[in-house]
Design a protein around this ligand. Sequence first.
Ligand code: AMP
Ligand code: GLY
Length: 430
Amino acid sequence: MKHNILLIGSGGREHAMTWRIAQSESCGSLFVAPGNAGTSALATNIEIDINNHQALKEFCLTHTISLVVVGPEQPLVDGIVDYFKSENELQHIAVVGPDSKASQLEGSKEFAKEFMSKYSIPTAAYQSFEADQLEEALAYIDQIQAPYVIKADGLAAGKGVVIADDTETAKGTLISFLKDKQFGEASSKVVIEEFLKGIEMSCFVAVDGTENYIILPRAKDYKRIGEGDTGPNTGGMGAISPVPFENEALSKKIEETIVKSTVKGILSEGYHYRGFVFIGLMIVEQNPFVIEYNVRMGDPETQVVFPRFETDYIDFFNAIASGKLNELKHVEIHEAATTVIAVSKGYPQSYEKGKTIVGLAVIDDDRIVFHAGTKTDNEKLLSNGGRVLAFTSYGQSIQSALDKSYEQLSKASFEGMTFRKDIGFDLETE
Ligand code: AMP
Ligand code: GLY
């Protein structure tokens, strides 16, 4: 049976998802809303306002869609899954993604902290403060030691976390979050938490609404714009999988102390959660702590995780939506995969779009160029975002995959193309 599918999103993550879905023999018509130039080569991009649920419904019924996959967090937090669950005529459609309540695990830092504390999931100690508790928050800074980790409670496009080395910066951040509402409602509450010194990695778990779960290949992303992990945070400048410092003992701890309790918590709370849990971890002396939950796959981590996770992706997404992950056949393939992101000059601050992109011919089967912010205009390929392209490669080792990613990237260009030359730099010494 062929499936008609609607995928929501427009980044490199969604291009990687499109690539995987299109490989399935049961793929019928595949639509991406809004998609990018990369997805348009494999699927039909559609212009539809994804916040207009009624329009989505009409589209799904007209095109006999049987599977909807939601890539990014915002539509999840905004209740897209709740809508599909609530409409009688849409009950036959399998939907991948949590409902808005469960999405609060990403949409509210305090909500996530309370969840972790209730289910004894290791995380940094914390206190939260509302806008009318600015004085208490400032006084709290005087009681604790630097560095200070201050997080806006709500979604702030990856910019809502400040790590301050001195009390002055910490207090200034609290004032701009709570008093000046730097991120509007999202910073009308803050979480101040203990600083964890360690090394970060990400763990992705597929859940299907039962006790079943599948842990996908782990990955590490590189969030800072500058080499040596310096400068402002971005959406992610590159990623590698697997994580070389993860040994069996650590994998076991992650599964036992974090994954199992998270799945149990989701079930005990009665959340409607059929999708991906992205667990951001800090490994402190070989012990994992959760620093954040996201309720979706990562970008650019998907561009290394999905290439290494081999299965029929339509079966995979349908299994997630129907509680049948225990029946899914899957294997991890390739020793390593890496991705290096090419971004527009100026990103993550202001940048220009519309630059002509050339040189994307792929050298061999070990490489894939995923598009992030791209579009086509009169057959010309143009940049259309901060993160523009993801150069993914397979390899026998992280280093050999990286060599291929950089070789492939060196053939491509657009005006102002910028990238980090040191993805994976930190792993030799860890
Ligand atoms: P988050 O959005 O919560 O993942 O935070 C963004 C980044 O801030 C993380 O990727 C970490 O690098 C850093 N971070 C967050 N929480 C902590 C913490 N408790 N201790 C140290 N670094 C942290
Ligand atoms: N790469 C981090 C994220 O997707 O949030």
